[in-house]
Design a binder for this molecule. Structure first.
Ligand SMILES: CSCC[C@H](NC=O)C(=O)O
Ligand SMILES: [Zn+2]
Ligand SMILES: [Zn+2]
Length: 430
């Protein structure tokens, strides 16, 4: 059969797809990711395409794989392509195919945990580099590829430790690509910021009492009043999205993740005793445009006021602003040459791009942006339902192969960027 792409015959395509399936089968899902076999696979693949390989480890059993394709001008700021090795767990019995077998169905859809999030991009980076090397392309800037652990559990021992290490400083990274999200339509999506998670726990106390009694200030009544206030805020934010006035990543999300109260028995709860303690946990996500001080004030005055016998705890999973007090975002317009190069490369492959977005969830790109380094989130998956962390996560093989072509164009464009000599204008003329 004829291959979809001029650069590769169908036997080569089959090889590329089967290597993607192999990578998907490594058991790197939480809560017990086994990184070693996946690491050996990536290192051997990297060696076969002629990349330098290095292993870093900032926490035991959590390797960071760093691959390097040295450019003709190694002193220039380099490009880093990042992905994570781990994935969230899956419930095999709720999938149509086993999430760790990477089965390809008749339509070419490859079912696996990690197929979208984000083992696809890690392998696509390598295939794209392989493609560029085969055609004899030599980068001006050095290109690094990193595979990191622990993204799904916060990334502190992975990208967090890596980005603040001396090893990272020595790479002199000027621009980073990290994961994005699938797009159900024909337009690719790109992300210039992440929302930052806060974990909020609110606790209420009150006098216990008989289950039959109406009285003020019980622990659960106090908690329920907070729930009401939080629900009103949540709905107001969500209404902005529903009305099309804001994108999902542009509002503050506050979602309940647990509620804890009551006096347990072996079979349930004591029903005629109003408890003296109650607590609830929330996943809050703040866009870089939010004012964290206002959110803190709202929590202390409306969601957990001392006047209602309430206390609270906020665990901030990262700053909203960089060290200079600017919102943690990467400029995604023509004033940023990296943006132009990125956008032009996608268009040159016939790909279309939606308006840049703030990612509703959180990725390792935030660690990079904290260092003042520009980073975009991008996973080339168009015409694909958004299934990250969901049952039946899959990626179509044709879409995967197209993504390799897109990355090849992007990597070529970024790594041949010559700063401040009108290279952007000259690229337009090409
Ligand atoms: C505290 S960082 C958590 C990172 C995680 N990333 C992907 O889902 C998320 O919950 O968005
Ligand atoms: Zn991810
Ligand atoms: Zn994820």
């Amino acid at each position: 059969t004829q291959s979809t792409f001029s650069w590769c015959n169908s036997a080569e395509e089959d090889g590329i797809i089967s290597e993607f399936q192999q990578y998907l089968r490594f058991p790197t899902a939480h809560p017990n990711p086994n990184y070693k076999p996946a690491q050996e696979f990536i290192v051997s693949k990297a060696k076969s395409i002629g990349l330098n390989t290095q292993l870093l480890e900032f926490a035991k059993g959590k390797p960071i794989i760093l691959l390097t394709w040295t450019g003709k001008n190694p002193s220039w700021p380099s490009i880093l392509l990042n992905s994570h090795l781990d994935s969230v767990p899956a419930e095999p019995e709720k999938w149509v195919h086993d999430p760790f077998q990477a089965i390809k169905d008749i339509k070419g859809n490859i079912y696996a945990r990690g197929s979208q999030d984000d083992k696809c991009i890690g392998m696509q980076y390598l295939e794209a580099i392989n493609r560029l090397k085969t055609k004899g392309y030599q980068p001006l800037r050095t290109v690094h590829v990193s595979f990191v652990p622990d993204e799904e559990i916060g990334g502190r021992d992975g990208a967090g430790a890596f980005v603040s290490s001396k090893e990272f400083k020595n790479l002199h990274v000027g621009f980073v690509l990290d994961e994005g999200q699938a797009s159900p339509d024909e337009n690719y999506r790109v992300f210039y910021a992440d929302r930052i998670p806060w974990n909020l726990i609110i606790r209420a106390t009150g006098a216990p009492g008989h289950g039959s009694k109406l009285y003020d200030n019980s622990a659960l009544e106090n908690l329920m009043r907070s729930m009401d206030a939080i629900t009103r805020f949540r709905s107001a934010q969500f209404d902005l999205v529903k009305a099309g006035l804001a994108e999902p990543g542009e509002v503050i999300a506050v979602n309940p993740v647990y509620v804890k109260a009551g006096t347990p028995t072996p079979t349930g709860f004591i029903m005629n005793l109003q408890p003296s303690e109650a607590a609830a946990g929330f996943d809050i996500r703040l866009p870089p445009t939010a004012d964290p001080q206002l959110v803190r004030k709202r929590i202390s005055e409306e969601w957990a006021p001392a006047a209602r016998n309430m206390t609270y705890q906020i665990l901030e999973k990262g700053p909203i602003w960089d060290t200079q007090g600017r919102p943690l975002l990467t400029v995604a317009n023509d004033s940023n040459p990296w943006w132009l190069l990125f956008e032009q490369a996608i268009m040159a492959t016939g790909g279309k791009l939606r308006k840049p977005e703030i990612l509703a969830s959180t990725t390792d790109a935030r660690f990079v942006r904290e260092q003042g380094i520009p980073a975009f989130g991008f996973s080339p998956m168009a015409n694909t339902p958004i299934l990250l962390h969901d049952h039946n996560e899959f990626l179509n093989e044709g879409e995967y192969l197209k993504g390799i072509k897109v990355y090849a164009a992007i990597i070529e464009s970024l790594s041949s960027f010559i700063e401040s000599d009108h290279s952007i204008a000259s690229k337009d003329e090409l």
